[in-house]
Design a protein around this ligand. Structure first.
Ligand SMILES: C[S@@+](CC[C@H](N)C(=O)[O-])C[C@H]1O[C@@H](n2cnc3c(N)ncnc32)[C@H](O)[C@@H]1O
Length: 262
């Protein structure tokens, strides 16, 4: 089926590309991104912190000898993505943005062991069917879910995680990232900004504590979780300078990098 690309509506994959400094975006994405940054100047930094955690996971899994992986909500496979860290691995990338998928398929054209599928994570059966077709009986398959689970509501996330768990073999590794409000935050101000962001960019965004996340991803076992800056140390991207006249309560959020096991 040909991919349909609607460039008149902003899309999170291309907004993300724009704030990371990429060129795979359109006027509608740049307008939505600028509106988001005006509302929450910390947004580009969150994107860089997320991508740096992905980079960290890629390096760790390369050391651990991962040879197969399924990546969820991949965005474009550039700038320190899993294909760069695991060049000899068999990888299935996924995203629901047709433009990202089409562009990524071109980028991976010379990597015969890697493929990119157009999948909405809200439809885990389709994801599992594609993964089963791609990997056959080969296991284990490490699962990356960096910078994406916060777009799913609780029921969607549980369905996805249960489906993936049933598909995976014992010992499988899962890496994910998510935001939460540490104690003492101005929760009303944060909720207000998130609601406004949802209205402007048509993106749902869910915050979860590590305890809540641990429940939602069951039967996966959350084995390690830390604020991403604790994983990265001095390599953490620096905070953007404050913007005069703009309050950014989202700066109070913590972005967590976590690992789980089957
Ligand atoms: C914030 S980017 C993260 C990209 C990459 N994983 C990283 O950490 O740098 C989120 C990506 O998830 C994709 N995405 C969001 N919701 C999705 C869904 N329901 N199904 C599949 N992909 C989704 C977006 O299109 C976007 O490319």
């Amino acid at each position: 089926m040909p991919l349909t690309i609607d460039i008149t509506r902003p899309h999170i994959g291309r907004i993300y590309d724009y704030v990371l400094g990429g060129t795979q975006n359109y006027e509608s994405d740049r307008r939505a991104a600028d509106a988001m940054v005006a509302l929450m100047p910390s947004y580009p930094r969150w994107a860089r912190v997320n991508r740096s955690f992905l980079d960290h996971v890629g390096k760790r899994w390369a050391k651990e000898g991962v040879t197969r992986m399924l990546d969820l909500g991949s965005g474009l496979p550039t700038q320190g993505h899993f294909n760069e860290h695991l060049p000899d691995a068999k990888i299935l990338f996924t995203d629901f943005d047709p433009l990202t998928v089409a562009q990524a398929q071109q980028l991976l054209a010379y990597s015969p062991e890697m493929a990119y599928a157009n999948i909405d994570l809200k439809e885990p059966d389709a994801l599992i069917a594609q993964a089963a077709a791609y990997f056959g009986a080969e296991r284990p398959i490490a699962v990356g879910a960096i910078g994406v689970v916060y777009f799913l509501d609780d029921a969607e996330l549980q369905r996805l995680m249960q489906g993936l768990h049933a598909f995976s073999s014992p010992g499988t590794k899962l890496a994910l990232s998510f935001h939460y409000m540490p104690p003492g935050c101005d929760t009303a101000a944060i909720d207000r900004v998130i609601a406004e962001g949802q209205k402007r960019a048509q993106i749902n965004f869910y915050l979860r504590t590590p305890e809540r996340m641990s429940e939602l991803i069951r039967p996966w076992r959350l084995t390690e979780h830390r604020p991403i800056q604790d994983w990265l140390g001095q390599e953490t991207p620096v905070a953007a300078p404050p913007v005069a006249g703009v309050e950014d309560p989202l700066q109070q959020l913590t972005l967590v990098g976590a690992f789980a096991e089957h």
